[in-house]
Design a protein around this ligand. Sequence first.
Ligand code: HEM
Length: 136
Amino acid sequence: MLWVKAFHIIFVVSWFAGLFYLPRLFVNHAMATEPAEIARLKLMEGKLYRFVTPIAWLALGFGMWLWLGYGFSGGWLHAKLALVLVLIGYHYYCGRLVKQFAAGKNTRSHLFYRWFNEIPVLVLVAVVILVTVKPF
Ligand code: HEM
């Protein structure tokens, strides 16, 4: 089980690297005016999203393996899974934003994306407390 948990944590950390960095690119993109910079940001956003999506599924796959393979249960896991659904929704909304930026159709300000960037931080804090402290 410890090997499964080790890979679960490795892929969770890698997923979050993408979830922290991609909205930061959106902040810069929403402020960018130079065509060369805009083209570079479009390239980086597309590559990062395509790279981090399979990693997200590996993190979730190893989590499911832990849950279903080793009989974990409890209120903490249900609360965690609810937050994981929020995270999956956030991930795929980022995918829609990548397409909007690529089409030059972004309508939101850099300020919106600075606040948007904080959502995964809140989810991470809550999930790590739930899974390590198991408060209920
Ligand atoms: C389908 C989604 C997921 C499932 C079913 C799942 C399930 C689990 C289970 C059963 C454990 C073992 C708990 C224990 O050993 O006490 C675990 C460990 C862990 N999970 Fe997940 N997880 C999922 C997604 C996530 C996500 C998105 C995060 C990060 C935000 C995360 C962070 C962690 C951490 C840090 C541990 C190690 C806890 C420890 O060693 O005490 N998991 N997960």
